[in-house]
Write a new protein. Structure first.
Lengths: 541, 254
């Protein structure tokens, strides 16, 4: 094992991950070098620490000191475990966003680098990449620790947080190697259902991950961690926190024992990571499987009125894409996360009055529906990636491409909006009689947002296949979101008007909303047609 | 009869002038080789011929159709295989070919027959139900060639078609080009393998820096350049200014 190789590999991995995810040239230059990351981290720690200390010294806010004094030991003890989980989550998210094409070019497969060196390099690289979290958490607690004389506990928390960071990184390495193995054998054994299952699972993980990072749940989590630390001291992942907590309670021996156990656990995980990488990591899944099945052309969707052979082929391809490309999972997860967060808040805060419920539910319902339809439509052009030449070289008319993309986004959007409408109505019983209103405006919103999304997607496509490909430029997506939400709220405004002033005409105003949505849809369709036509004039890759 | 007529085609990408007034034509049942060093404008020219790039100036006619005026019509009658084709990796081989066939609006029977035969001919049968991301570069190349031929084009445009192909498949593609020529279908193809160009081209065009340096049959060009009897490689290097390679070899082996 060469330390020089590990260091060089860590630098390369850090740079490649930073530069692959950062498109802004200035930011990429600033953060494209591990040394500048360390400088930024040190500054962050210093600034936050000083700010916290000054804030407490000045005693500007009455009662703040006492409050922080109470939670400071808990906070310090919670840091290591939180850091470990955060590294696992971010690491898994990064792996999910990697396009499949880039997986087979992993350095370890074609350079004289051993598995041990690779895992060590990767772990050090993660330490660089996620060091900002250490600075953030430790910086926030540095000032209070100095003020309340908990400096030693703070140092212990910092050491244990570094250990936890390495632990998390080793877990990511293990998951990465094992899932690579599982996903390739899973596909071979269970075919398409396996892919759908994996995608569904990914969305569930992402939804869960996003939820645990929402403010309310994060506080709950930290409290739970400290509580868990006390009752579940035998679970290895909480050992770093047990060590810090023991020190804060004056038990130095316990602290040292759990500190040593944490280091031992990290080394064990490291060894496991090295072994699974050596055993399971294959650049291209060995899947030579000679099929004896006779080739049969796939069933056409031409029977749907207005759908020709070209649209049918494009639709089939796009449905395959959303079910099989794991990089699509993070796009799909966003509206589900929104819906889940809103759903949770509905469970805890049910409204009473019938009309009031609809008023409060409608905007909460329209936001995930808007985002889902728009996200699908906006990314549907750029997600063609470098394979977009297939569309340019084929005899596909702009109107055919537009129709196919619209049907794709709208059909999935309608399923989503109906599902969410039913879910929200179940969660808030008083809205149930008005379920049809949610569905009607939901469908109108999906139609108009699909057309807006395709207009934006065709005007600002991003065909680059990188880690965390965007498929639509950042300006495009911001513009789309702003315009989309504005139009969505404009569409539902007649219903608000009715609830506030003309309650007896609620149904008529719902139809008016639907009509507004349809008009917007038809106007945007025309604009989208021009954008797609202009897009297909010259290949952009 | 002229199948393709290229007139004064110019194309720039920012400050880079990729093509500078290129003109030539391709006759019925002719195999035309486009030769030139990297960056000479061959791929850009091919993309313009098949209607996926618009020229800044000049025009192109395929049979009776102007590419600029009706690119969809041209795409229906031209078969194109790009250099290192990027396919839809999340589709299986047959799903990809189905997609291409449907876009060309082939009926189910024709589609089934042509896809089955082509897969067999290029040794892809048995692997057709695997996702393309598990294919080797050569298999992807074969799939792209099959896709380019599915609709039985009246002009074939192949950008480095023999890249990554195994010897048997390369032979099949060469024979296919000859067979198509016998059936009256002309082919334009670019290659760096000059022996192949020498063996299968009726005519070659040598390009450099976005212009046509020379055009004619391999023998005509040899005679013109005063290197008759030598290989097409010598002629190519003489015309493109890359004949003195000894210093480079020396530097690389040092």
């Amino acid at each position: 094992m060469s330390l020089n190789t590990i260091y060089k590999l860590a630098i390369v991995l850090t740079k490649s991950q930073l530069r692959a995810t950062q498109r802004n040239k200035l930011v990429a230059r600033l953060f494209g070098d591990p040394r500048s990351i360390l400088v930024v981290d040190a500054l962050l720690l210093l600034v936050l620490g000083t700010f916290g200390y000054v804030l407490l010294s000045m005693n500007w806010i009455t009662g703040l000191g006492d409050m922080i004094r109470n939670i400071e030991p808990e906070g310090l003890a919670g840091i290591p475990t939180s850091i470990g989980f955060a590294v696992i989550v971010l690491g898994v998210l990064y792996e999910i966003s990697q396009p499949v094409q880039s997986m087979s070019t992993d350095l370890v497969n074609w350079l004289p680098i051993t598995s041990t060196e690779y895992v060590a390099g990767s772990v050090v690289s993660d330490a660089y990449l996620y060091s900002f979290m250490l600075s953030l958490f430790l910086g926030a607690l540095l000032g209070p620790a100095l003020y309340f004389g908990l400096s030693i506990v703070w140092v212990a928390a910092a050491l244990m947080a570094v250990i936890a960071l390495f632990t998390g990184s080793c877990v990511v390495e293990i998951l990465d190697a094992v899932t690579n193995r599982i996903s390739s054998s899973f596909y071979k054994r269970s075919g398409r259902s396996g892919i759908v299952f994996r995608l569904g699972l990914t969305i569930i993980i992402l939804v869960f991950v996003q939820l645990i990072f929402s403010g309310q749940i994060a506080v709950y989590l930290i409290r739970s961690i400290v509580h868990t630390v006390q009752v579940a001291w035998y679970v290895p992942v909480v050992w770093p926190s047990v060590s810090v907590l023991s020190l804060s309670q004056g038990s130095v021996m316990n602290s040292m024992i759990f500190g040593a156990l944490s280091i031992g656990f990290t080394f064990t995980l490291f060894q496991v990571a090295v072994n699974v990488r050596a055993r399971y990591w294959v650049p291209v899944p060995v899947s030579v499987r000679l099929s004896t099945r006779t080739y049969l052309p796939s069933k056409s969707l031409v029977s749907i009125p207005g759908l020709g052979s070209v649209e049918s082929a494009l639709l089939r391809k796009d449905f395959h894409s959303i079910l099989r490309r794991r990089e699509m999972a993070r796009f799909m997860a966003i509206p589900f996360v929104l819906a889940a967060s809103i759903g949770l808040s509905l469970i805890t805060g049910r409204a009473t009055s019938d009309s009031l419920s609809l008023v409060s539910i409608l905007p909460l319902y329209i936001i995930p529906v808007t985002i889902f339809a728009q996200m699908l439509a906006m990314t549907s052009i750029g997600s063609e990636g470098y394979a977009v030449w297939n569309l340019y070289a084929a005899p596909i008319r702009p109107s055919q491409l537009l129709r196919a993309k619209l049907i794709y986004a709208a059909s999935l959007g309608i399923v989503f909006c109906i599902g969410i409408a039913i879910l929200f109505s179940i969660l808030v019983n008083s809205v149930f009689p008005r379920l049809y209103i949610l569905m009607i405006v939901g469908i109108a919103t999906v139609l108009e947002q699909s057309a807006i999304g395709i207009t934006i997607g065709a005007r600002f496509p991003d065909f680059r296949e990188t880690v965390r490909s965007r498929y639509v430029s950042i300006w495009g997506s911001l513009l789309g979101l702003f315009v989309g939400l504005f139009i969505a709220f404009l569409t539902i405004s007649p219903i608000f008007l009715s609830i506030r002033i003309y309650q007896q005409f609620l149904n008529q105003f719902t139809i008016l909303s639907f009509g507004l949505g349809l008009i917007t849809f038809l106007i945007t369709w025309k604009i989208a047609e021009r954008q797609v036509e202009s897009l297909l004039r010259n290949i952009r890759t | 009869m002229k199948v393709l007529q290229v007139n004064g085609v110019t194309k720039s990408f920012g400050d880079v002038r990729a093509l500078k007034g290129v003109s030539f034509s391709v006759e019925h049942a002719e195999v035309l080789g486009l030769l030139g060093p990297n960056g000479s404008g061959k791929s850009t020219l091919m993309k313009i011929i098949v209607g996926i790039l618009k020229p800044d100036a000049g025009n192109i006619q395929v049979l009776t159709t102007d590419v600029g005026a009706d690119p969809i019509r041209v795409k229906k009658i031209v078969g194109y295989v790009p250099e290192s084709p990027r396919l839809y990796e999340f589709l299986t081989g047959t799903e990809y070919l189905d997609f291409v066939a449907d876009v060309h609006e082939l009926d189910a029977d024709t589609k089934r027959q042509r896809i089955s035969e082509s897969l067999k001919a290029l040794d892809l049968d048995g692997r057709e139900n695997e996702m393309i991301n598990g294919y080797s570069q050569g298999m992807k190349q074969k799939l792209a060639i099959i896709a380019g031929l599915l609709h039985r084009p009246q002009l074939l445009v192949l950008d480095e078609p023999l890249n990554s192909l195994d010897p048997r498949s390369a032979r099949i593609v060469k024979e296919l080009i000859h067979k198509l020529r016998d059936d009256g279908v002309p082919t334009i193809f670019s290659t760096h393998v000059l022996d192949i160009a020498d063996a299968i081209c009726d005519r070659v065009i040598i390009m450099a820096n976005g212009t046509v340096l020379e055009a004619g049959t391999p023998n005509e060009l040899r005679t013109k350049a005063g290197v008759s009897g030598s290989s097409l490689e010598d002629l190519f290097l003489k015309l493109t200014g890359g004949s003195d390679t000894r210093d480079v070899v020396e530097a690389l082996s040092r």
